[in-house]
Design a protein around this ligand. Structure first.
Ligand code: NAP
Ligand code: G4F
Length: 341
């Protein structure tokens, strides 16, 4: 009989890629989405799995503990992947309580339901490199100290420790993947990589003149989401519940990502000024990038570089997509979208 997996956050970037992976492996997948005024299954459609016979979509808000309990009791899954979250860091500053409800209490509801209904269910928690914050250590691995710098990171740290605590206290197979930033053509448009690729595509097609950004000097370790969901699955197939970091080990600034994209689009740019007055002009002198301080955050994580040696050694996880390939993939996809619309 095929294994049953629940994925919370099925309408998000990782939810869609993970669903495609598990369906390809023969799982029956139960995808959890919350009610919105207009259904948002476009990512499932883009991957060609929206109508898959083994995919069942179920409306449940993970902040509703009784609904979560009823869901797990009725489906009797083998595995649960908790990907649902308010995942946009700036919104966590303006909506800290809503962020905490979903990210922290959502995980609690799932773990409690597993503990009570069936402690044999394997549980994956989507932890994040944001939990490291500005730790001061040059690279981050499973032993690095946490120093969260946003309500988002704090809410995720609660869920992270709770997962470890439930594994230890109740002998659950509950584990966390601490994933560094991972992107794709299915990334939400407000995250910086997709915002850049979409804007550069629009500039290239003459649809907009200029891209507005915040902190150009933050550095991130960016990988390809499709390769990261493979690691999530591998964690739940491992012998024991363990925390694993998934990352590429290379870090680039936002400014470097911008430069790669303009180079790929064959629009040479040159930078002028500094601070909030920094701009980039093209060869005709048109300003193509400018700073808008509204994109600055109350506090930001300066530099993230992950060390995924443990996942490489114990899981055999080995991502191959580098930043240049990722930029190309995303820019080409955004060029196609913008040509069509
Ligand atoms: P995403 O695209 O923002 O997707 C988040 C998903 O959570 C969406 O399906 C969203 O539904 C759903 N959701 C939000 N609140 C919910 C609620 N109350 N009940 C049920 N579902 C709810 O995020 P992602 O990039 O795929 O990331 C997946 C997970 O990994 C998140 O937990 C994120 O925090 C974590 N993570 C991501 C990264 C990264 O770089 N992508 C790195 C580390 C960790 P709607 O579509 O209705 O909004
Ligand atoms: O793309 P971002 O919004 O991603 P951020 O904050 O690193 O968070 C993402 O990765 C985390 C893993 O580390 C996930 F847990 C989280 O859910 C999410 O997926 O911003 C990246 C950097 C920041 O330093 C930000 O200040 O880009 C900088 N930035 C500069 N201008 C901008 C902008 N970010 C956004 N979103 N928009 C800008 O205009």
């Amino acid at each position: 009989m095929s294994k049953k997996a629940i994925i919370t956050g099925i309408t998000g970037q990782d939810g869609a890629y993970l669903a495609a992976l598990l369906l390809a492996k023969g799982y029956a997948v139960y995808g959890i989405y919350r009610r919105v005024s207009t259904p948002n299954f476009w990512r499932l459609r883009a991957l060609g799995i929206e109508e898959h016979a083994a995919l069942t979509l179920i409306e449940t808000d993970i902040t509703d503990s009784s609904a979560v309990f009823a869901l797990i009791e009725s489906i009797e899954p083998d595995e649960i992947y908790n990907l649902a979250a308010q995942s946009f860091v700036p919104s966590s500053f303006t909506q800290p309580l809503a962020t905490m409800h979903t990210n922290a209490l959502g995980a609690l509801h799932l773990l409690e339901a597993i503990r009570i209904c069936n402690p044999k269910i394997r549980f994956y928690q989507a932890s994040t490199s944001e939990m490291f914050g500005n730790t001061g250590s040059p690279t981050q691995n499973e032993q690095s100290p946490f120093c969260p710098c946003s309500p988002y990171a704090t809410s995720k740290l609660y869920a992270h420790w709770l997962t470890i605590n439930y594994a230890q206290s109740y002998q659950l197979f509950a584990c966390s993947g601490i994933l560094f930033n991972h992107e794709s053509p299915l990334r939400g448009i407000e995250f910086v990589t997709r915002k850049i690729t979409d804007s550069v595509a629009k500039i290239s097609l003459g649809k907009i003149e200029c891209l507005e950004l915040g902190n150009l000097y933050a550095k991130r370790d960016w990988g390809f989401a499709k390769e990261y969901v493979e690691g999530m699955w591998q964690m739940l197939q491992y012998d024991t519940p363990e925390t694993f970091v998934l990352a590429t080990g290379k870090s680039y600034s936002i400014k470097e990502f911008v430069e790669y994209c303009f180079t790929l689009a064959k629009i040479p740019i040159a930078w002028e000024n500094s601070g909030a007055r920094e701009i980039a002009r093209d060869e005709r002198g048109i300003v193509r990038v400018r700073i808008n301080p509204k994109y600055y955050r109350p506090s930001d994580v300066d530099c993230l570089i992950g060390d995924a040696s443990k996942a490489r050694k114990l899981l055999g996880w080995n991502p191959s997509c580098d930043l240049q390939q990722l930029c190309k993939l995303m820019l080409e996809s955004d060029m196609q979208h913008n040509l069509r619309s």
